[in-house]
Each structure stands twice: as C-alpha cells, then as structure tokens.
Design a protein around this ligand. Structure first.
Ligand code: NAD
Length: 358
C-alpha cells in the first residue's frame, strides 16, 4: 500500500544560460543594499565580476571558501560580515562556497542567493556540514536554505572535465540514496530517476566536449533534481561514509563520493531490489546497478580507490568507528565487519560486492 509523507522545501529557482545577469534584479527583489559576494580563492574573478554588476548594492568580495567548511574560516567571515554591515549573501561556486554562505546564514539569518557552478546540490538542502578538529558535523535548519538559486549553465562551462565527472557522480549519489531512503516518496523517486538519467546521458558528452552547452544544461538540470532529493529525504550509509572520510582525512568531496558510491549501492542492493531496478533503468544498464555505476565512473576517467585520494590505510578502523557512531537507518544494517570490508575494498579500488557476498 502506498503511504508517505512529502515535505516540499520552499526556494525560488531560476534556470538557464546567462541567468546570473539577473542577479541585480534578484538582489533588489530581496531588498538588499549591501550584498557580500562569496567564492573560493581560485574563483575570485567570478565573484568580482558579480560584485561589479551589483554596483552600489555590493559590499565587496570574500574569496575564502574552502572544502568541508572549517570553523575558523566561518569565524573570520562572520567578522567581515559584521565589519562591512552586510545584509545579504551571494555565493558563486560549488558546495564549498555554498557551505560558507550557509554557515554564515546559520548564525546571522542573512538571505542568500546561490549561483552553483558544480553539481554538488547543496543549494537545494536545508543542511550544512562544518568541520572542526577533523570532525565534520551536520546541522539542519530552515535558516540555511537559500532564498534564491540561480542556475547559470554558462558558469559551469569552465568546470574541469575530471571535476565535472566526479561532481556528477556526487549528485547521482543523492538520487541513489533517495531511491532506497526509509522516508522516500514518489516525487523524490521520480526526481531521482530523472536526475540519474540526465547525468548518465550528459556526462559522457561533457567528457567529449566540455563546452557542449546542451549537455551542460542537462547536467545542471540533473544537479537540481538530485539536490532536491538530498534536501528532502534521509540519506544512509553512502553519505555517512563520505561525510566521515571527508572530515577525517580532508579527502576531496566529489571524488570520495565517486569511489564509495558503487560499494554503498552494492552493499544495499540485496535489501533494495526496487531501487536497484529503477537505478539500472535510469543508468541504461541491463543488469547490475552497482556495476553500472562503477562502469560509468570508469568511462568518465574517475578514480576507483580511496588510496589514490590520499586516505591512509591505517585510518580504516577509525573511519569504521566514526561511521557507526550515530549511524543512520540503512536498508542493510550497518555492522562493523561489513562496513570495514566495504571501506577496505574502496580503499584498494576493488569492484563492489554486495554485503551478502563478502
Ligand atoms: P568545491 O565547491 O570545493 O569546488 C571544487 C573546486 O572546483 C574548487 O577549487 C572550486 O573553486 C572549483 N570550481 C567550482 N566551480 C568551478 C567552475 N565552474 N569552474 C572551475 N572551477 C570551479 O566542490 P564541491 O564538490 O562542489 O563541494 C564540496 C563541498 O560541498 C563539501 O564541503 C561538501 O561537504 C559540501 N556539500 C554540502 C552539501 C549540503 O547539502 N550541505 C551538499 C553537497 C556538498
């Protein structure tokens, strides 16, 4: 019998090519007078360009965002916000920049306009993960949900092919876990399938031609759908593992998701046959969804092993302990030896194996 609870998150989404030119009207619509434009250090020119088009409504640029939202970066940013009398935030970049914006909004309730330039999906979620002393903690609050999201295909054209591929796999991971989430609902499942389909079709085309605008638009559309999945239903073993590994060893976020995803999918496959069938259909593969994910990642030239991302083998036990602490619900119960074996296989770059085959 069909039974579900469906929470729809409020946010205004503007999607297209060249849409960031509409930033001034969105800033005006929110009544902002002093918007601070955030970026990572390497994307500072993007932020300067947006600050320029905001003219007198810009309070300046802060290009200090880094991955995993370290507490010290947020504290320094809060001091800048107070000093400049900032009344709103504009974040142009990937999940790291969105993370900084959310961390500031969590403490100030400032309105946010996010212009995503990767496929991470953070812009569609009411949660923020922050890192202190190697431990990443996630908080969920309506305060961090952006008021406006401007998806501008043009701003994704510069995303390097390797990062486009792993960022796309990161987005697919949100959809995969939405398909077997305990609190899944029919709308999220439709979005998940459509998001995976969009990426499975777009990513190989982006690999062949990184400035294929149609493929970039398809991928960004997929990112939006997968981001909604992440924001609206509960995630399980895959996200917990990536969260722990990223915080503990400062691993690159999207690449870590890419390595773990086939393993987490195989781990859960025996208990989630319907999700696996939907996933295989969306990926366009005839049989095993987990192998289909590994094959897609391989075709895109993504890394297969955590050891290649800089995780020390000696860290596996600590990762298991932290993963099992406050473990989320998972279709297959998370037992220490099975989780250790999953991480070991991912560390070595072995093909995925279902929990029952270990
Ligand atoms: P990122 O934002 O760190 O970007 C990776 C690199 O790519 C950076 O150096 C960035 O400057 C560069 N970059 C971004 N867009 C570019 C573009 N268009 N052209 C060229 N270079 C570009 O990486 P990410 O994977 O998008 O985000 C990872 C972070 O986001 C992690 O901290 C993760 O925890 C967080 N995240 C949070 C959520 C959430 O819901 N809270 C969801 C997803 C990710």
């Amino acid at each position: 019998m069909l039974e579900f609870v469906c929470n729809t998150l409020p946010s205004r989404v503007i999607f297209g090519e060249g849409t960031s030119a509409r930033l001034p009207e969105e800033v005006e619509r929110l009544g902002l007078q002093r918007a601070l434009v955030l970026a990572t250090p390497s994307r500072k020119p993007d932020a300067e360009c947006l600050a320029a088009i905001l003219g007198t409504r810009s309070a300046g640029v802060l290009a200090t965002a880094v991955m995993h939202t370290p507490a010290n970066v947020t504290e320094a940013a809060l001091a800048v916000v107070a000093k400049l009398g900032v009344d709103g935030l504009v974040a142009v970049g990937g999940g790291s920049t969105t993370g900084l914006s959310k961390a500031i909004a969590l403490r100030t309730d400032l309105p946010q306009i996010i212009i995503p330039t990767t496929y991470a999906g953070s812009e569609m979620t009411p949660s923020v993960g922050e890192t202190k002393d190697g431990v990443k903690t996630t908080q969920r609050s309506p305060r961090v949900l952006p008021e406006v999201v401007i998806y501008d295909v043009e701003r994704t054209l510069s995303l390097p092919v390797a990062l486009s591929a792993s960022s796309g796999m990161n987005a697919i991971a949100h959809a995969v876990e939405a398909l077997y989430a305990r609190d899944r609902n029919p709308v999220a499942m439709l979005m998940a399938e459509e998001g995976v389909r969009a990426f499975a079709q777009a990513l190989p085309r982006i690999l062949a031609n990184p400035v294929d605008r149609e493929a970039r638009a398809e991928a960004l559309y997929g990112a939006w759908l997968c981001g909604i999945c992440l924001g609206s239903v509960s995630m399980a073993i895959h996200h917990k593992l990536c969260h722990v590994l990223g915080g503990l060893f400062n691993l690159p976020h999207a690449q870590t998701h890419t390595v773990i995803l086939p393993h987490a999918t195989a781990f859960n496959a025996p208990a989630a046959p319907d999700a696996m069938a939907r996933l295989a259909r969306a990926l366009g593969v005839a049989t095993d969804a987990a192998l289909g994910l590994r094959e897609l990642a391989g075709r895109l030239g993504c890394p297969h092993a955590l050891c290649d991302l800089g995780m020390p083998e000696s860290g596996i036990d600590q990762a298991v302990t932290l993963t099992l602490r406050n473990a989320p619900w998972n279709p297959v119960p998370m037992e220490a030896e099975a989780v250790r074996e999953l991480i070991r296989r991912a560390w070595r770059g072995n093909p995925p194996a279902a929990a029952s085959q270990r």
